[in-house]
Design a protein around this ligand. Sequence first.
Ligand code: DAH
Length: 349
Amino acid sequence: MSLDNFLNKLSGLVQELEKDLNEAKSISGLEEVRVKFLSRKGRLAEVMKGLKSLSEQDKPVAGKKANEIKDKLLRLWQEKKAYFETKQKEEQLKTFDPTVPGRIPDFGTLHPITLVIEEISDIFTSLGFDVVQGPEVETDFYNFEALNIPPEHPARDMQDTLYITENILLRTHTSPLQIRTMLSRKPPVAAIAPGKVYRRDSDLTHSPMFHQIEGFLVDKNVTMAELRGTLTLFLHQVFGKETKVRFRPSFFPFTEPSAEVDISCVLCKGKGQINGVPCRVCKETGWVEILGCGMIDPAVFHMVGYDPEEFSGFAFGLGVERVAMLKYGIGDLRIFFDNDLRFLEQFKG
Ligand code: DAH
């Protein structure tokens, strides 16, 4: 074969390829074109066989040209492919409506106990209280001794307390956070401590694990008037302004004087009856107990190194499940721990 003949065949390939590319209708059609021209048994390979029959002198010229043509064929083919790809994307965008609302993922809900803890925390932080936390596995010292609960006190009884060793236990209340916080800070301090507590108790109205919120404030000249004012404001925010609040004298080892606080019954609005039927929530009394409180006992201040001559303070503790039951009108404590979605989904925000 002559050199001219060989070169003509090569450049003829370009025209042939261009013709086929023009006729190709889609990306899949392009693949056939690639196989036809550029595969091992394709048109280019076929023409290249002619290289052998050229003279030694012509071979370098022919080889160089062959490489150029090969690159050109490949480039033309890739350009066409890119063209099809762009066109395909444009088609897809035509049917894509960016104004169609997206699929909204199914969010979970916050547990009603969490909701109540968050609501109460918000109220107290807006009053300047910090939120503090501590361990659920406590020592006898923080849970009892430092809170002025002597060894023979009934609260320490094996019946109530879940002991791990003689000295280590699951905290029975959140009051240890008073001690932990006061030991690590100097007055003035104001904090609340929400968390889980544990007792050997399980029936319709008691669960071995439940939640409490402890609160306390220590400063100079703190009086019972501040305690009453703070708790009344708090209870009005949670249960509504029309709710009546009363303080009854009581006893706690870590407060003196101590009180229990009742609110007017949320169900019968303090009337004791609904349409002549005795109210099941307050048992006809018109009041429900909601928390315990008092002025921090000087014995507790001694334990944490605060001078009771210089400082005074108040403390309170409440059960979160109880608040949630009254607030949401829930009659059965166990429903909080069943985690039935039909119950939980009612608290979707
Ligand atoms: N720790 C008490 C309990 O678990 C609740 C309590 C009562 C906390 C009076 C207080 C308080 O801080 O002053 O029953």
